[in-house]
Every structure is written in C-alpha cells, then in structure tokens.
Design a protein around this ligand. Sequence first.
Ligand SMILES: [Fe+2]
Length: 465
Amino acid sequence: MRLTVVLKKVIKLLMIVALFYAAARFIVVFRDSRLTGERAPYIQMLSQSSVYVRWLTKDHHVGILRFGEDPDHMPTVYVEPSSVTNHSVELTGLKPATRYYYQVGEIGHYHDFDAGKHWFYTAPQDSPATRIWVIGDSGQAGEIQQQVRDAAFEWMQKNPLLDSRKAEVIDKPMVDVWLALGDLAYRSGSNKQFQAGLFEPYEDLLSNTSLWPVYGNHDDRRWTYFRIFDLPEDAEAGGLASNTENYYAFNRSNIHFIVLDSQASNRAADADMADWLKQDLAENTKPWVVVAFHHPPYTKGSHDSDNASDSRGRMQDMRKNILPILERAGVDLVLSGHSHMYERSYLLDCAYGSSEAFSISNIVSTGVDNKNINYIKPMQAKSHQGTIYMVAGSSAKVDGGRLDHPAHYLGLMEAGSVVIDVVANRLSVRFINNKGQVRDKFSISKQAGFKSGYKGCSSDIGSLQ
Ligand SMILES: [Fe+2]
C-alpha cells in the first residue's frame, strides 16, 4: 500500500518534470524560430513570369519595391498592404529570360541599391544551356564554408557556360539553378543560425539567384526553414503541384527537378510523397531529371546507409521505397548530403539492398573513356537505363568515414561543392574542392539509337504505370 503511494508520487513528479521540459522546449523552439533582425533582400521561387523578393527589417514598416529592366529607371512600384518586419513582395507578369533590377525600402526611403547585386534573371521558355550549383550540409559558418564558396565562384567565373545561340552571353547569370542539399543552418536551424550559416555568407548570390532547398535533419529542429523559404507547392515553376512545401518539383530549361523530403514526410512506397512522385514523373516531358533529398541511399561516410538505426532508417527507406520509383522513370542524377564528404556512384540500377547485397549486376556502366568519364544512355527508352547517385555533404565541413561503399566509383574526404552543366543532350558534373581543384569529373550523354547491352534487373522492369 505504502509502495503504491510512493510510486504514484514518483509518477506524478515525473509527469510534472516532463511537462516543464516540454513547455521549456516549446518556448525555446518558438523563440528561435521567429524571423527577427535585419536581413538583406533575397529572391525566391523564380519562374518564367514571377519571383518573390523577401527581406527583414528590425522595426515595422510598409515595404516598397521598385523594379525594371534598366537599373537607372525602375518604373514599376509595389507597396505592401500593411506595416510588417518580414517583407515579401511577389512580382508577376514578367518576361522570360530577362534581367530585371530591383530596389527595396520602406515608404519615404529606399535602401542602398547595387546594380551588381540587386537583379534577377527570369527562367527561359526554351532550353538554353543551364548551370547548376549544388552545395550540401552548407550551414556551418566558417573558413571551410567560405573557401568552398569562393573556389566554386572563381572556377565558374573562369569557366563561364556559354550558350552559343545567344549573342549577349554577358547577360547570363553565373548560376542558373542553385540547390542546397539540406542542413542549411547548424546546429538547430534557428533564425540566428540561418543568418550566420546562410544569409551572411551567401548574401550576394541570394540577392539575385533563387535558392531551391532540401529539408535536412538539422533544419527540422526549429520552424524557421518553412518561414524563410517560399517553395512551389502549387507547381508555380512547373511540374505537378505537391500541395506541400516539404517536397516539390520545378522545371528549368530542359531539366525537371524534384526535391523530396527524406526527413519529416512519410517515406513509405504508398504514402502521399511517393504517390505524388509517381504522378509527377509520369507527367514530366523534360529529357533530363535531377532529384535531390537529404539522406543518401548509398554512403559509407560520416553516416552508414547499411545501419538501420543510423538516422532512424531514413537512408534505407529512401533506397527501398523511393529509388525503384525513380529508376522506373529513368531519373538521371540523384543528389544527397548528410554524410560530410563526397561520394559518387557508377551508373546504377536496382540496388535496393545493403552494400553486401550489391553486385556487379547493379552496375549498368562503369563509364567509357577513362580520361573523361562518360556514361551513355539511350535518348528514348526511359525506364531502368541507369542513375548516378552522389553524396555532396561537404560544403562547410568534412567528417571521417570508410568511403568504401561498392556502389561508388569515388569517395573523397574533401570539402567542396558541385557544378553541373546541362547543354542539350549532355550533362557534365564537376566536384570542385575548397582549393579550387576539380576532383571528380564525369558526364552523362543521351544518344539516339544507343543500345547499352544492359538487360535490366528482373524484379522491377516495367512501365511507370
Ligand atoms: Fe544531415
């Protein structure tokens, strides 16, 4: 009897402690997630005809924005309907493939304007050459992050992607599509950490280049991520509407991009995300398909994709449930982060088990021409012609690992980022380390009439439907 009373008291005490802990935690998450302080303008969700411009002010103001094609004459003025600190203006009715300049401010006072920074270049209607810059696990402010950024910028400026069909190549932005593979603000994705880990180091690029982010585990610790980013849940930039900002699709030139959520959304093969993915892929008409999500299906880096308890099985879930959908639809390239190094696979198919189950039959091609590794895929047949998987999670720090997953052609314990150039039927990829060296280079070519000799895996051949 006495023991029961004591037990009841202990349970009651534990419940009170748990309640206090939950309340304290809620207050911390709530406080850290508020968008406060000043933030320079950044653009979001750039499409052929629209863009969002966002900025933060310390005090409440009615924001204003003027823009136009001439930096000395910006005739169109937007005025926000109310006084706020978190400013957001959507510009619509824009012309495709056009450079616009903009200047933000508040009623009676425009902020400083820099013609080299405050512009955006709307997406094209046709299919010109496209340069994609990919950073992964980039949210650790510091020297490595800056070195990786500067090395990539220097390389891209020295090696501009020229579109031979256009005379005024000078007008093209350095980066057409910017992807971040998750974990954008260490350690907890708070507003302060986003400011230090994303907005300050990348301020110049954010002001004119739309960032398409992936949701990582560190971003999931606060509510800031979805407050900062406007993402195309209604197919504002092409693809199929996902009705959620957790995962989405968009088009640019001849490329279809899909960003999945391996962190917080249901990863089952019959859940909403997979259903949407199947439908989106079935409706896609773009010849190139690039997919990004945070947790890599193959890694032996600072995470282990064989370990079911690592990241609560997310890597296995994506490999077993999502990869068959991607490969059936002929996805060309899959980008992930989470492991803080660089790993890159052969052209693979149907490797949905552990690394022990991986066999040479999963390799569609090891690449031809050793000097410039090239993987050839047929132009027409889409299903099961091979996919390249890449882990690029070292844009701000490098961690240890065995780097011996048999799916991978290469593993590097080096900081860096990835530049992808898509020109017509060729997609070229380079991993550029923090010293500016190109440490991996390969391409995928689509050739009409090409027959690979690969028979496909017996278990999962079929059309999308
Ligand atoms: Fe992560």
